[in-house]
Design a binder for this molecule. Structure first.
Ligand code: C5P
Length: 222
């Protein structure tokens, strides 16, 4: 395994921007594992229009479907059977389906080898919910990025408005709370703060300050 900087945290903590910039600055590959989960969820979202609650979809049915899924990830873009779906997976509806399906063991098992395979070839910055605990327990460096619920909902709201989505702050807040609950309470690979991770509360920091802090910590421990 090459060097892995593993970064976990809830949605809106700034993981994506920080991970991308840290990877760029160190010449590592940036691995957005949320995009892989979103790509799988997108397949189900598109092909199972009659399903209201994806939490209730039986694991056996999911397993039969997973055989058909071909995911490719390159340069921060994600492809499903050759189609670039990087923008489509950002839809809040796909996000909601993702957080339900990602609780399923069959889906986590399906994505585990794919995530690990990236670290066989290159040094990587991997961000998600279980990077420090399950996927890369032996990671070179571990971080946990956090922020208050209000700050994370505000960031999410502004991001969605900027990308042209119609959403109120209250809806963004509700969505963040609901996702936190699901990601932290699930049985399979829940979001937890690893004791080995360097904890950063980003509520009062700019993105640039967080990037600098992570880079400083990586350099000083070496
Ligand atoms: O990071 P992002 O918000 O794109 O992730 C979307 C969803 O994918 C999360 O809410 C979580 O349910 C799931 N996820 C996960 N494990 C990861 C990355 C994402 O369960 N390593």
């Amino acid at each position: 395994m090459k060097r892995v900087i593993a970064i976990d945290g809830p949605s809106g903590a700034g993981k994506s921007t920080v991970s991308r910039e840290v990877a760029k600055s160190l010449g590592f590959l940036y691995l957005d594992t949320g995009a892989l989960y979103r790509a799988v969820a997108y397949h189900f979202y598109k092909n199972f229009k009659n399903v209201d609650d994806f939490s209730l979809l039986p694991e056996e049915e999911i397993e039969r479907e997973l055989i058909k899924i071909k995911i490719h990830y390159e340069n921060g873009r994600v492809y499903l059977s050759g189609e670039d779906i990087s923008d489509l997976i950002r839809d809040p509806e796909v996000g909601a389906v993702t957080s339900k399906l990602s609780a399923k063991k069959v889906i986590r098992d399906f994505l585990l080898p794919l995530q690990r395979s990236f670290a066989e070839k290159m040094d990587i910055v991997a961000e998600g919910r279980d990077m420090t605990t399950v996927v890369f327990p032996d990671a070179w460096k571990k971080f946990y990025l956090d922020a208050s619920v209000d700050v994370r909902a505000r960031r999410r709201y502004e991001q969605l408005i900027k990308s042209g989505k119609k959403i109120t702050f209250e809806e963004a807040l509700k969505d963040v709370i609901e996702r936190d609950r699901r990601d932290s309470s699930r049985e399979n690979a829940p979001l937890v703060i690893s004791k080995e991770a360097f904890y950063i509360d980003t509520s009062e920091l700019t993105i640039q300050e967080v990037i600098s802090l992570v880079l400083k910590k990586v350099a000083e421990d070496d």
